[in-house]
Design a protein around this ligand. Structure first.
Ligand code: SF4
Length: 65
């Protein structure tokens, strides 16, 4: 069984949503946001991430300049 790299993953997590229990548990994080039609926080720069707009539309908008 593979151990979760939660502590290691946290080094790459820019999510500012404090109450979330999925922080550092990337497999749960991506499943959750995929279900919502979104992407996880780490796909967005900090200034966009903190708006909590994790939509695919936002991702395309900020990457199509
Ligand atoms: S990106 Fe979403 S699921 Fe992942 S840690 Fe942040 S709030 Fe939780």
């Amino acid at each position: 069984m593979v151990e979760c790299n939660k502590t290691k993953n946290m080094a790459n997590c820019n999510c500012s949503y404090e109450p979330c229990s999925r922080k550092g548990v990337c497999c749960e994080c991506i499943v959750y946001h995929r279900r919502m039609g979104e992407l996880p926080a780490c796909y967005f720069p900090d200034n966009i991430e903190k708006t909590y707009d994790r939509s695919i539309e936002k991702f395309i908008q900020i990457n199509s300049k």
